[in-house]
Design a protein around this ligand. Sequence first.
Ligand code: ATP
Ligand code: MG
Length: 750
Amino acid sequence: MDYLKGLNPPQREAVEHTEGPLMIIAGAGSGKTRVLTYRIAHLIHAKKVDPFQILSLTFTNKAANEMRGRIEQLIGLEARNTWMGTFHSVFAKILRVESEKLGYPSNFTIYDTDDSKSLIKTIVKEMRLDDKIYKPNTVLSRISGAKNRLISWENYINDPYIKADDEAALKPKMGEIYRAYQKRLFKSSAMDFDDLLFNTNVLFRDHVDVLNKYQQKFRYVLVDEFQDTNLSQYLITKKLAAVHQNICVVGDDAQSIYAFRGADIQNILNFEKDYPDLFVVKLEQNYRSTKTIVEAANSIIEKNKAQLKKIVWTHNDHGDLVELIKSTSDNEEGRMVASAIFEERNNKKLNNSDFAVLYRTNSQSRAIEEALRKMNITYKIVGGLSFYQRKEIKDLMSYMRFVVNQDDEEAFKRIINYPKRGVGASSVEKILVAAYEHDIPLWEVLNNASSFLSGRAANSISDFTTMIKSFQMETERKDGYEAASTIAKQSGLLRELYEDKTIEGLNRYENVQELLNAIKEFVDNTENEDKSLGAFLQEIALLTDNDRDKDDTDAVTLMTIHSSKGLEFKQVFVVGMEEDLFPSQMMMQSREDLEEERRLFYVATTRAMEKLYLSYALTRYRFGRLLNCEPSRFLEEVDPSCIRVNKRKGSQLASTFRDQTNGREGKTGFIGLKRPATRAKTAKIHTPSPDFKPSNTNNLAEGMQVEHPKFGYGKVLKVEIEGSNKKATIGFKDFGDKTLLLSFAKLRIV
Ligand code: ATP
Ligand code: MG
């Protein structure tokens, strides 16, 4: 069969082993998803399986669509009829048919996170509990965690350990909230996200006939990204496959990155126990990436203790070395990344869509977005709104816009009752009618609100106009940053966000801080003569207009590492490689957490096919302050022979973008080697001497002889200090001259 030619022997074995349980645990880029795709094609084409009898579960719906498209290419339109999608989407579909068995109508509503939180808020209020203790986010994630472990509210309330745990956390009413929440959902004929899986489990547990029906229906079950399934998902798959046992799971324990959402790596280990006649296929050849990238990724993940040992190698070329970008600030990082993309795209005739910029947290996209816009490079944000589209950013920007221009109706509508100040929709309507039907300026209407609004609303409007007037005075007297900070604080907006201490709340708070940082950088920039708030708003408005005209089909992808799982791009930039940011300070409480962060780094690096860039900034505006940053410990973990710290000063593009932070002239970033490192690929890697132990290099000086674990013996030609970094240029016997950062390089003074 023709399409089987596109597989190597172990892949083909996995595809052709259609009956019985099968597990593939293999490294990134080894063709796991490809095997699933071909396997489905093979089942339909060669084994004549009815496509309706195949269920395949993917991590995103996009991945499912892509898979479906590929199968169509292989065998034609029949592929359309397979069941394919995320756990949530597939089982929501099944629940629609079966919901009456659970007492739900088939038109039940699915609540999104905001609906859920709003309901929790109401319940907490009705129960007269302190909403500072029972914050919607905290409560919801606790309930969600319980549901993912299949703990019903009844079990939750009756479990002495859970009870003790909640009491210790000073949240003894958690179980009662959970109960009330479920009852309310039920009364509203609604399920939240976790209910979709929880209720599927209940359905299969309590209705054997229904379970039976689906067990017969799905003769073949396939699961991609198996390492990130939680207990609830695991049990669903196990039950469904119990009769035919034709279950095929693929995954990579080294890419398990959703433990914080209940994903359990144990599912892989249990799988072997659950299916004693399990057939295991190993895939070791990577088809995605260059040798350099594969080696770099291997060198990272081998630092993790908790992992199944795997071999990953590739026949692909060495390709370019991993390039380390160092910049003085986050804004400069954005410009460096944008100009590197620009150059690479032109030199190598690539499309925008061949590039991805990956970051640890959403708020990092701001500096990258701005730089890309300035260079007219189209981009898209995956799995998140563009920075300036986010609600919290729009809210604060609306305040600023309204302070600058009181005719701005859209801004007015956003802020008049946010944060809540008791101006209802009907009052707003009256104001707008007065302003637009009688053609009176909005601001004038607001200042005369008492003539046509009732006491309470009129008072609130009067307070509002007084506040706006004070902001206007502030804006006239002070620079944009100070004015914006005052607005953020005194409008109550910052407080509102600050009080939400959950991860999402923190994220929103950080985003607002990030906007303030952007204004601060704008004000600090010596090139900007006009430092007013109005000038800043205009700059941003122009950027946005520029962006709007574009067709976004060929776009650079910006996203968090979490959402990049399973994807691949020719060139990948991992930005913000700094301590506390990545690994993230917020997520790190134990060795396990560090290992999860490291797996995240492994996921990021293995998205790259041809070239990987790692980037860090020496300073970053966070929380309105310019902070010094240290390079991430992860940078030291990458095999140094795979990395190049290159100087791009000569690059015309890079040099057109001067560092604007605090008016410093940018000695723009790619710092390092004097000589192209291409020789590293041909020279034989040195085997360190048996007594090799890195020396303290504080007193390293010109003329000294040193040994490097990979490059062998050499002589120190020069030692330089740049910022907080000390570099040495060493003439290696076999590898030529190399400039190494002494904080990374392991050198033995001979
Ligand atoms: P990840 O762990 O990141 O999800 P994966 O193991 O699922 O990776 P795939 O995405 O299936 O890997 O494959 C990586 C790339 O290698 C894809 O572009 C795929 O088409 C290609 N590939 C895999 N196997 C082969 C093969 N036998 N011949 C040619 N290309 C292949
Ligand atoms: Mg995959």
